[in-house]
Design a protein around this ligand. Sequence first.
Ligand code: AMP
Ligand code: MG
Length: 520
Amino acid sequence: MLNLTFDNQFTNLLPGDSETGARQRQLSHAIFARVAPKPAAQPHLMHCSREVAEMLGLSEAQCQSDEFVQAFSGSRILPGMDPHATCYGGHQFGNWAGQLGDGRAINLGEVTTPNGHLMLQLKGAGPTPFSRSADGLAVLRSSLREYLCSEAMHHLGIPTTRALSLIGTGEEVIRDILYDGHPAPEPGAVVCRVSSSFVRFGHFQMLAARQELDLLKVFTDFVIQREFPQLISNQGLGKDQYVEFFNAVCARTAELMVHWMRVGFVHGVMNTDNLSILGETIDYGPYGWLDNFDPEWTPNTTDAANRRYRYSQQPAIAQWNLMQLANALLPLIEDPKPLEEALTEFANNYQQRWQTMMAAKLGLPSYEDKLMNRLLALLSNYEIDMTLFFRGLAHITSSVSDPFAQLADAYYLPEHTQGRAREDMEHWIQDYLDEAKRQNQDDATRHQLMQSTNPKYLLRNYLAQVAIDDAENGDYKKIDTLLNVLRRPYDEQPEYDEYAQKRPEWARHRAGCSMLSCSS
Ligand code: AMP
Ligand code: MG
């Protein structure tokens, strides 16, 4: 028996649609609709995260049970569950898209745990009222990427929705991976995602767009009470608390952006419906990690023309999205001034935190503008692997006879390890070591700070692809190995060195490794 205790405050305290089931429709005066997941033909467990199971009080044996596989493939509804899809809108690539909603996500219910409540959500378990013309399903390749990356992100110390399980449905799903007129069947899968809340900026936007201000207030009060109870003062909930709430979302979003920039993560689809009100990384689609440090890079082929969601633009996009959230909250606050101030504070706060973080990447107590700008120019001009570079740099001290040798492996093109390119870097290294001395930072302290700021292991796109290739052939061992490595991304783990290697040449242009579409 899966001993989960549900307390479904979202569906108990907020208004749902009077109609249940997946008929396509626009909602009004409701924030969710009840809909049952579609049972899978032949569900089989591919992997389960022991850490997330533990959060829910589930043992490993329970995760292997038939009941578990039935429940988290959407094939059986457990007592206490209240399956539903939520209604949100959003700006997609800068344009208001109207109602979107959970098109292939179904919330099962909120589990009570010793550390608070956790919403369980299936992704890919069939159509909902918000699926529009799509099928509500998900393929193994995108599910595996979401499953592994959620957990990897958590182990990097970055706020994220979690993933409990990856379950194959035993059914085929038709997808046109490159959107080039070649639809083909692929294995289907369902991920069970876990977070205290899956509320997005777009939920507030939808209610504001529908001009249902009473419901907007009820919903905002609910979110504050459930997720930000520390903001509630003796006076209860009013304009001041809404402003505080917006400030809190700004602060969390700034922190998240600094983390993404630190590890070279590019989300790929930062639409307002893909930003969590909790400041968690949410909706892993065509995301990627910088291999060579290219600030202009985005993995998302759908965004190739404008690169709206490229690495370097993520903080500015976050601010743009926060502005849309501010617009949605304005009817509750009425005065735009405190919201404008919060947005300005976001920019200042981000900038300051980014500088502190970048100094830490160099192992230094203080940020030094010129030194950093010169480095960023070198990294982007000479195709240098971001992750390998910072790990290598930590090993350089004034007593190392050939410091450049520590970095040579980070270069993608051998010609950049010679001549002028090499001299430029050697010159920078010397200035860097001088700066460390000037800041009185001894080698050991610097090394330690760098090792805890700069991960060695990331779910590089090509690594995920290798695990996908195997899983599609029924072999799930690499999922387990990768998760083992990614549990300790800052540790050396020399036995796993092969997982820290830079992108191999074969992956430079392969779909799924260097470019991804939204097809999932
Ligand atoms: P995304 O770009 O993945 O955040 O998705 C944007 C919107 O499309 C969301 O409302 C999703 O729920 C919906 N969506 C994406 N893929 C599917 C699918 N296969 N079936 C139904 N809805 C989908
Ligand atoms: Mg989404």
